[in-house]
Structures are given as structure tokens and as C-alpha cells.
Design a protein around this ligand. Structure first.
Ligand code: BJ8
Length: 384
């Protein structure tokens, strides 16, 4: 049975505790807050505007029913939950956000942002459909300048090149610390569950000091290496699983936790906020705006055509993390991940020669039992 350590903060708790920090920052020094939704958001611009950013992605059932007053039922739960929380004013982060910085990623999200724009000043950056070529980079660069103008105007501030360079440097340190933590998964056996590892990393989104995040993550990585040497080296573990696909914060309990309750070890995460995305630093030696454009176009997501990076990443990670099987999470009605799934399955089965399971689910608990059965059957194949 999976045991969580004492004092371990779940993602929901970390998110809740972050509310108070934001409230404090707003009260104490009038800090401006920018709500964001995606790994394509060039957050360094927000830091350079002396503001703080917070993820507004919905991760639970709350807000979904309310969202259906304006949105179709057959839409991704992440979009519905994010919108529903805003509509019902039940997310303090949305409430505290002065403005929203968004992007044209999938169709559902970009159209939802138009509706959200009726509630808060919302700027939608036009993300190219393909990450390849000069035209894509030039378009994204011009969008970065447009986002800068929006932030300057709405937050009544000036973003200087020097501040952007400072923000880039700090965020790069944060990314490196995050990679260090993710790479704990390379240890065999891994000294903590994937449930805890992913929760610790995702929860740092609710720490609003860049340096504090870096210190906490570096310290935790050091402790975990020591823990491995002391108590884990030389021992065996269950099958090592890599998770790929949509953001999984809203389904962590019924999939990641369940895999580990049933004896697997979730050690690697291939998604838009995973180690490969974090390893991609912003070049500190060139024009900072161009450097941001290049770095953020390198995020791997199925909204891009082609999305070759996901395949390269899977190949490398399967090897580096000594993976026994790949499990994909697709959120209901996420067409881009659902369609890409076919090619990913063929790639994992035929080229990487590993078992693959794709799970389509939403944020409800209705399929918890059914998922546990499917996960159990999948793990049984691995044990044969
Ligand atoms: S970079 S994964 S955060 S777009 S799951 S809302 S794609 S229908 S969340 Fe995403 Fe940015 Fe990509 Fe990452 Fe649409 Fe799919 Fe829902 Fe999604």
C-alpha cells in the first residue's frame, strides 16, 4: 500500500495554501497577478513586469457543471473546470488575477478565452501551428512583443531589457533545479513514489519566490539522493512506468496513485512541463526576446504539427529512466492528443518494443473502479 510521508502536502493543499500567499503579496505591496494556463506562456515577461504569475488550470470537478451553461458538454475537463471556476468566482487565483495571458493552443481553449475575456482583461497570443521554420519564429517573436505591450499597458509598468534578462536568468535556475528533481526518477529503485515526486514539483507553482523554489527543489533533490544511497540502492522495485500525454494534475489520484498502489513505480513524465521541456533553457547570450521566442517554440505539445519532439523525447527517456512500459493519459475530448495517440502507440510498441496503455478519462470519479481494473490488467501483462 502506498504510504505518503507525514506532512506531505497534496497538490490540492499546496494550491489552497498558495491563496494566502497571494493575498498577502497583494495586500502588503500591491503586487499585480497574471493568470496563465499553458507551458507556452513566456512567464519571464511577467516577472520582468514586476508581477507574479499563477496557473489557473482547473484540476477538479468543481466548476464543470457551471461551465456547461456557456460551454458544450463534450469539451475537455481542463477547459470546463478552468472556465467554470472563473464563471462562479470560486477560484481565488482567478479572483486575484489582474489580467490573463493566454495563447491559441487547442481550439477549445482559444475559444474559451474569448468568453473569459468578458470577465477579465485577457490577451491571447497567436501561437504558430508548427514549431518549424523562420516564419514560425518570427510570428512568435512578434507575439512576444505584443504580449509585452499588453502587460506594460494593463499593469502600468515598463518592461526593460535588463529586467527581462534578470527574469530569464532566474527562471533558468528554476528549470535546472526542477530537472534535478525530475531526474531522481532515474535512480533505480526510485526513492519516492511518482505520485509524491510529481506533486512536489507541480506544487512549486504555488511558491511565488523564484529563489525559494530553487532552494527547496535543490535541497529536496540532495535529500533524495542521500536517501537512495542509504536505504534503496541495490533493492528491487515494481515495473518502471513512464507517463505521457495531457496534463494529469486532475487525474493524479486515480491513475498515478493507483499504478503505485498496485505495485508499479512511476518514474518518468513526458509532457509539456516534464524534464525535457525544463532542460530547454532560454539562451542568455542573445537578444532576450528572440531567445524567449526560440525556447518557448521548443515546448512539446500535440497542438503542434508536426510534434516530432514528443517522439524523440520518448525514445531518450525510455532509455535513460530504464522504462518497462508507457502509459498515456488523454483527457476527454482532447482531439490533438487523442489523434496523436495512434502514432505514439505504434512508436512505443514497434520501435521502442514496450507495452503501451492509453487511458481516456475526465475529472470525475465515476470511472475510478474501471480504471483500477484496467491498470491491474496492464500490470499483470508486465509481470508475465
Ligand atoms: S503546452 S498540453 S498546457 S496546450 S488537454 S486544454 S490541449 S483539449 S492542456 Fe496544454 Fe499548453 Fe499543450 Fe501543455 Fe486542449 Fe487537450 Fe484540454 Fe489541453
Amino acid at each position: 500500500m502506498l504510504q505518503l510521508p507525514e506532512g506531505f502536502e497534496t497538490f490540492t493543499e499546496a494550491r489552497k495554501n498558495g491563496f494566502l500567499k497571494i493575498l498577502d503579496m497583494k495586500r502588503q505591496n500591491g503586487k499585480k497577478v497574471v493568470g496563465v494556463f499553458c507551458s507556452y506562456t513566456p512567464v519571464e515577461l511577467i516577472t520582468a513586469a514586476n508581477a507574479t504569475y499563477v496557473s489557473l488550470c482547473g484540476t477538479g470537478e468543481e466548476g464543470i457543471v457551471a461551465s456547461e451553461r456557456h460551454l458544450p458538454k463534450n469539451l475537455c475537463p481542463l477547459i470546463k473546470s478552468s472556465y467554470g471556476l472563473a464563471l462562479t468566482d470560486s477560484c481565488p487565483y482567478f479572483y486575484f488575477s489582474d489580467v490573463i495571458l493566454a495563447e491559441t493552443t487547442c481550439d477549445g481553449k482559444k475559444k474559451m478565452y474569448e468568453l473569459m475575456g468578458r470577465m477579465k482583461p485577457t490577451h491571447i497570443m497567436s501561437l504558430p501551428n508548427s514549431p518549424i521554420g523562420e516564419a514560425a519564429e518570427e510570428l512568435w517573436l512578434s507575439e512576444i512583443y505584443r504580449a509585452k505591450e499588453f502587460l506594460e499597458k494593463e499593469l502600468e509598468t515598463t518592461i526593460t531589457e535588463e529586467k527581462v534578462r534578470e527574469a530569464i536568468h532566474q527562471k533558468n535556475l528554476e528549470r535546472q533545479a526542477m530537472v534535478r528533481l525530475y531526474e531522481i526518477g532515474k535512480l533505480n529503485p526510485c526513492p519516492l513514489s511518482g505520485y509524491e515526486l510529481s506533486t512536489i514539483i507541480e506544487s512549486t507553482a504555488f511558491m511565488f519566490s523564484g529563489q525559494k523554489k530553487v532552494d527547496v527543489m535543490n535541497k529536496r533533490a540532495e535529500e533524495l539522493v542521500a536517501e537512495y544511497e542509504k536505504n534503496f540502492r541495490g533493492k528491487s522495485s515494481g515495473p518502471r512506468i513512464l507517463i505521457t500525454g495531457c496534463p494529469f494534475d486532475g487525474v493524479r489520484d486515480k491513475i498515478i496513485k493507483e499504478l503505485e498502489i498496485q505495485g508499479a513505480s512511476v518514474v518518468a513524465f513526458e509532457n509539456c512541463s516534464g524534464p525535457r521541456t525544463q532542460e530547454n533553457l532560454v539562451d542568455e547570450t542573445i537578444d532576450p526576446y528572440r531567445a524567449l521566442a526560440r525556447r518557448y517554440l521548443g515546448v512539446s505539445c500535440s497542438v503542434m504539427t508536426p510534434n516530432a519532439k514528443r517522439f524523440e523525447t520518448l525514445r531518450e527517456m525510455v532509455d535513460e529512466y530504464q522504462i518497462d512500459a508507457v502509459l498515456e493519459i488523454v483527457l476527454h475530448c482532447c482531439h490533438t492528443y487523442a489523434i496523436e495517440s495512434q502514432m505514439i502507440q505504434e512508436f512505443v510498441n514497434d520501435e521502442l518494443e514496450l507495452p503501451f496503455l492509453s487511458i481516456t478519462t475526465d475529472y470525475s470519479v465515476a470511472d475510478t473502479g474501471q480504471l483500477a481494473t484496467r491498470i491491474g490488467a496492464f500490470l499483470e501483462i508486465l509481470h508475465k
